[in-house]
Design a protein around this ligand. Structure first.
Ligand code: 6PG
Length: 242
């Protein structure tokens, strides 16, 4: 498993920000308009803060497109909204055209939101019915091994014939809309940014293919042609050496 461990969540986010901007600039230099799908939850908030601080005024945000890996089915002003949090921390504070931000309609009912996002994805990546190829998909991981909004009870979403679907959080029942594993595994680069001691036991099982690894959706993020890379802090990687 390709991974790097950093002393702190801050160092991990710093590295992730630098690596992301380097990747995007490389694609832009080659004449592409790179597309990134970012996750929600808490971990990326530090990354978004770092991107603003280090690259808010220096990166050409007009050249890159940002999508969401998943969304909670709430309006953007709801504190639970992944788009809302990212906009508050980063996207609302930089010179990025609204047309470069492709949010999921969390305010709609899940089926409608999923259909609208599917339409947006297919319209952007190609007019055909191909599977979108993201330049980068940035994932987090829950301490139950979920990723995106693909939870242990929704393993079928990993190889769905749909590119986007709805799901429900197993504990709160919160409705979600998520990219399927079909799209995630079709990306050129898939990076996990995982920090905190709570994730260490699952990281160990996934990396060692031991214990309950088969029950974790994150275990099955295996890019078809792309590259998989884990960016961890010392706490999240704490059991790897045990
Ligand atoms: C979400 C995320 C989800 C997240 C994990 C980890 O909408 O919550 O997309 O997949 O990455 O739940 O969340 P934390 O970063 O808050 O631990």
């Amino acid at each position: 498993m390709e991974y790097r461990v950093f002393d702190s969540a801050s160092d991990a986010s710093d590295y992730c920000a630098d690596a992301m901007i380097a990747l995007l600039n490389d694609r832009i230099r080659k004449g592409y308009s790179p597309a990134v799908a970012v996750s929600g939850g808490n971990t990326p908030k530090l990354l978004f803060e770092t991107l603003l601080r280090k690259y808010g005024d220096t990166f050409d945000w007009t050249k890159a497109h940002f999508f969401w890996v998943d969304e909670r089915c709430v309006p953007t002003e709801n504190p639970e909204s992944n788009y809302g949090a990212a906009a508050d921390i980063l996207f609302g504070k930089i010179a990025i055209p609204t047309g470069n931000l492709h949010r999921i309609s969390g305010e709609a009912d899940p089926e409608t939101g999923a259909a609208l996002y599917t339409e947006e994805l297919l319209g952007f990546f190609n007019p055909g019915s191909q599977i979108p190829v993201f330049d980068l998909v940035l994932l987090g991981m829950g301490d139950d091994g979920h990723t995106a909004s693909i939870f242990p009870g929704n393993m079928e979403l990993l190889s769905s014939d749909r590119i986007c679907d709805s799901s429900s959080h197993p504990v709160t029942g919160q409705k979600r809309i998520t990219l399927t594993g079909t799209v995630i595994n079709n990306a050129s680069q898939v990076w996990f940014l995982v920090t905190g001691r709570g994730k260490a036991p699952v990281i160990k099982e996934i990396f060692n293919r031991s214990g309950n690894w088969m029950n974790y959706p994150a275990s099955f993020i295996v890019p078809v042609n792309g590259n998989l890379f884990w960016i961890l802090d010392a706490e999240a990687s704490g059991e790897l050496t045990d």
